[in-house]
Design a protein around this ligand. Structure first.
Ligand code: GLP
Length: 233
């Protein structure tokens, strides 16, 4: 794993975007994208640039089950407001939180991924080492599926909801098997509350207990950190 440490998340986000630009110059057409607070500085760098994404396809990692794309807590809403409304892509895929049949939806999404192999996958990391919504214990070979969220993640997400009972309990998530098939992976992590997860991901054993640790086995991963997230390495 190639680990890069920056003074702050603005510099780190700009660097992540530089790698995406390089990838696009070398023919990348499909970006795997993530939500959460972490990739925001990277999306700002994309929006502030003069780069044209109208030939690009994006595939997002995950979405809350039961959440409408109009709900401002949905990941579709997040992607529209932070990136797609400002920088149009050719096509953008996010799991459909309102799908009637979860099995059909996961099948559909797996076909989307199979039809558009991901050139560069952007990841954040949960405080418990999850990637996407692949919580501890997730199988390393999984494809997209409906997953229950752990209490740890529900608690971490509660800050975004008025009422704790409104925090979703399930999500659709791209599986670790699909993530590992991406040609290149950029994992971003900022802040002291990610330092433990980052240390275990990079220096710990490869174990399902820390889903991100599997990235040690991927041939092209760049881990982009601020100083606080790197403080336990
Ligand atoms: C959520 C998302 C993950 C994200 C994580 C960290 O659980 N499903 O994709 O990496 O949160 O979020 P943040 O970047 O806000 O710390």
């Amino acid at each position: 794993m190639d680990v890069k440490v920056f003074d702050n998340d603005t510099e780190a986000g700009k660097y992540a975007f530089e790698l995406i630009k390089q990838g696009m110059d070398n023919g990348a057409k499909v970006l795997g994208l993530a939500t959460g607070s972490t990739p925001v500085t990277m999306y700002q760098a994309m929006v502030n640039s003069d780069v044209d994404f109208s030939n690009m396809t994006s595939i997002n990692l995950d979405e809350y089950v039961g959440m409408s794309p109009d709900n401002d807590q949905s990941y579709r809403y997040f992607m529209q407001s932070h990136l797609f409304d400002k920088k149009p892509f050719k096509e953008t895929f996010v799991p459909n939180g309102l799908a009637k049949d979860p099995e059909e939806e996961t099948k559909r999404y797996n076909k989307v991924i199979a039809d558009h192999p991901i050139d560069i996958q952007v990841l954040g990391i949960g405080r418990n080492g999850h990637i996407g919504f692949n919580e501890p214990g997730s199988p390393f070979d999984a494809e997209t599926r409906k997953v229950p969220l752990t209490q740890n993640t529900i608690d971490a997400n509660a800050r975004f909801f008025e009422n704790k009972d409104d925090v979703p309990r399930y999500a659709y998530s791209m599986g670790i098997g699909s993530i590992m098939k991406s040609k290149k992976i950029l994992l971003l992590a900022f802040g002291e509350n990610k330092a433990d997860a980052v240390q275990k991901m990079i220096e710990g054993p490869v174990t399902n207990d820390v889903p991100a640790s599997i990235l040690q086995k991927h041939p092209d991963v760049v881990v982009i950190l601020d100083k606080a997230a790197a403080s336990k390495l």
